[in-house]
Design a protein around this ligand. Structure first.
Ligand code: HEC
Length: 158
């Protein structure tokens, strides 16, 4: 009986979520402020996780060990050439400390906006190479290696 009740409960909350009770956040280009057209995203990924992110603005993968590991592998291929293997900074700035050129990176929404839409110069839009799930995985690794002031870790605050 217990199991049955549990199932009913979670089915109900899933139904409520998919009824679209939560509005989606508008993601914007970090430079122009224009809304990002998420339909440009490379196909593939995890629609359920991404939907959750679009509604809450916080990365469901933060703190998830397996996701962090996958994110690390992806970072090595897609980002380390410019940002360094430990994201210590090279051609592009370091991503593990609490100094951000774009302070919006203190939130997952802001970090996603830079990844998806790019910033200046060599920092091009990553939707060309990565699907949105891969972006969230990489973001979880960036949060995991954070060495800055915990007080500035805005993404941890709900
Ligand atoms: C071709 C080189 C290059 C690649 C590849 C690249 N970046 Fe960048 N990145 C840069 C440069 C240069 C900047 C600085 C741009 C600016 O200031 O507008 C930057 C800026 C950033 C910023 C903003 C940092 C801040 O201080 O606000 C983030 C976040 C970032 N990159 C993440 C990534 C991630 C994650 C990847 C891999 C998916 C990646 N970048 C791939 C060159 C690159």
């Amino acid at each position: 009986m217990k199991i049955k009740y549990f199932l009913t409960g979670s089915t109900l909350s899933l139904a409520l979520l998919s009824a679209g009770t939560l509005a989606e956040i508008t993601f914007r280009n970090a430079i122009t402020g224009e809304p990002l057209d998420l339909s440009f995203a490379k196909t593939g990924g995890n629609p359920d996780i991404f939907k959750q992110f679009k509604e809450t603005g916080s990365n469901p993968y933060n703190g998830d060990k397996e996701a962090v590991k996958k994110g690390h592998d992806l970072f090595m291929t897609a980002c380390s050439g410019c940002h360094g293997h430990e994201a210590e900074g090279k051609l592009g700035p370091g991503l593990a400390d609490d100094y951000w050129t774009y302070p919006a990176n203190e939130t997952d929404k802001g970090l996603f906006e830079i990844l998806f839409g790019g910033a200046n110069g060599m920092m091009g839009p990553q939707y060309v190479n990565l699907n949105t799930d891969e972006m969230l995985l990489i973001m979880s690794w960036i949060r995991d290696i954070y060495k800055g002031d915990p007080k500035k870790a805005k993404w941890l605050k709900k």
